[in-house]
Design a protein around this ligand. Structure first.
Ligand code: SF4
Ligand code: SF4
Length: 370
């Protein structure tokens, strides 16, 4: 059952209290090191009230004003990804006893009920893709599954997309879909508060504790207008939601060499991308060989080691690595997961140190035949 109502801004703390009373640790957006990032949220006053972002290729800046809104910004560098797919974590340990026999022990994260406040539509779409990768294939990732089970998501519809956003063209935002949005609550922020809508059974039972007021016709009009403005504000786009046929004919296009001359192969784009899941596995043995810890950490198709197989590096130069990233993300993902791996969040554009823009690269590839 969907329920909705109005929560005045001064009562936002009630939402945090209701979540904590239900056993959730709350994290939410805060200004940290010049960017909006998710951290443990002590109270509603810690939210980024009055902050706006300004983003462009290779650029991210925050500005402050007296506007009381707490969510009038587009995504910062951090997505939901680190909460579920940890940047570095131990998978298992092994010990050798006095007779030399080995015993292995799986290491799982402690199960935790976690509420994330302020999630955007693009990141919900990315979560759906990470679920497909980590949970719905032949093997289920135990670490990801342990964290996913306890997740409660409070989404906020975007009112101020960044200049780098293009979720309209990928079909992933800026609003959370009315049905099957993949979250528990959806907020629309207005000047003096929030329209709160439940999107799951858990969400419905939580907002029953908030004492919401009825939503007025004027508030509904404001919400509809700002959703429309958010859609119209986006200027970047991809030319199609399925670029497989195009990319298959562009594998030898000179644009790959052009972008390789600018790309630093730093991997920033894959770190901030909410859908990238590549990782490498490592061993950390004790010096006397008595035990060892096996861990994994995020990797990137831009590193030298990522394509190292049996004595050869398959993608030895940046041209091949950038081509791999783009053709996998926008092409081969359709074969693996039934859709593109890009949700239009624009992070790879803002956080690329040399301002490489995925929409511009695709447009150049699409513009002419090689
Ligand atoms: S490829 Fe870029 S725009 Fe697309 S989801 Fe990843 S970071 Fe966002
Ligand atoms: S495209 Fe930009 S962020 Fe990605 S590896 Fe190249 S320089 Fe780094």
């Amino acid at each position: 059952m969907t329920t909705h109502g109005y929560l005045a801004r001064e009562y936002f703390g009630r939402l945090l209290e209701a979540l904590r009373n239900s056993g959730y640790r709350c994290v939410g957006p805060q200004v940290l090191d010049g960017a909006i990032q998710y951290r443990d949220l002590p109270n509603a006053q810690a939210l980024p009230s009055g902050w706006r972002d300004s983003q462009a290729p290779g650029r991210y800046r925050l500005e402050h004003s007296n506007n009381p809104r707490q969510f009038a910004w587009a995504n910062g560098p951090q997505a939901l990804k680190p909460f579920l797919f940890a940047p570095r974590e131990t998978l298992w340990c092994v010990e050798r006893d006095a007779r030399g026999a080995l015993s292995f022990r799986a290491v799982l994260p402690e199960a935790q009920a976690l509420a994330v406040i302020g999630v955007r539509a693009c990141d919900l779409a990315a979560l759906h893709l990470q679920d497909a990768h980590f949970l719905q294939g032949q093997f289920q990732d135990a670490q990801y599954a342990a964290r996913r089970d306890g997740l409660f998501l409070v989404a906020v519809n975007c009112t101020h997309p960044a200049a780098t956003c293009f979720c309209v063209s990928t079909g992933d935002g800026p609003d959370v879909p009315e049905a099957n949005g993949g979250c528990d609550l959806v907020l629309d922020e207005v000047d003096d508060g929030f329209i709160v809508r439940s999107a799951s059974e858990r969400g419905a039972s939580l907002i029953a504790q908030l004492g919401l007021a009825p939503v007025t016709l004027a508030q509904q009009t404001v919400v509809a207008d700002q959703r429309q403005q958010a859609r119209e504000a986006q200027t970047r786009m991809l030319p199609s939601r399925d670029l497989r046929p195009l990319l298959d004919t562009r594998l030898e296009h000179p644009r790959w060499a052009d972008v390789a001359a600018r790309c630093l192969s730093c991997g920033n784009c894959t770190s901030v991308c909410p859908t990238c899941f590549c990782h490498s596995d490592h061993e950390s043995p004790a010096i006397d060989g008595s035990d060892s810890t096996h861990y994994r950490e995020w990797d990137s198709c831009f590193t030298q080691g990522h394509s190292y197989i049996h004595g050869i590096t398959l993608r030895a130069d940046t041209r091949l690595r950038y081509r791999q990233w783009l053709t996998h993300k926008l092409g081969a993902w359709h074969d693996q997961y039934g859709r593109s791996g890009c949700v239009g969040c624009g992070r790879c554009i803002s956080w690329c140190p040399v301002g490489i823009d995925i929409t511009e690269e695709v447009a150049a590839l699409a513009a002419d035949t090689p």
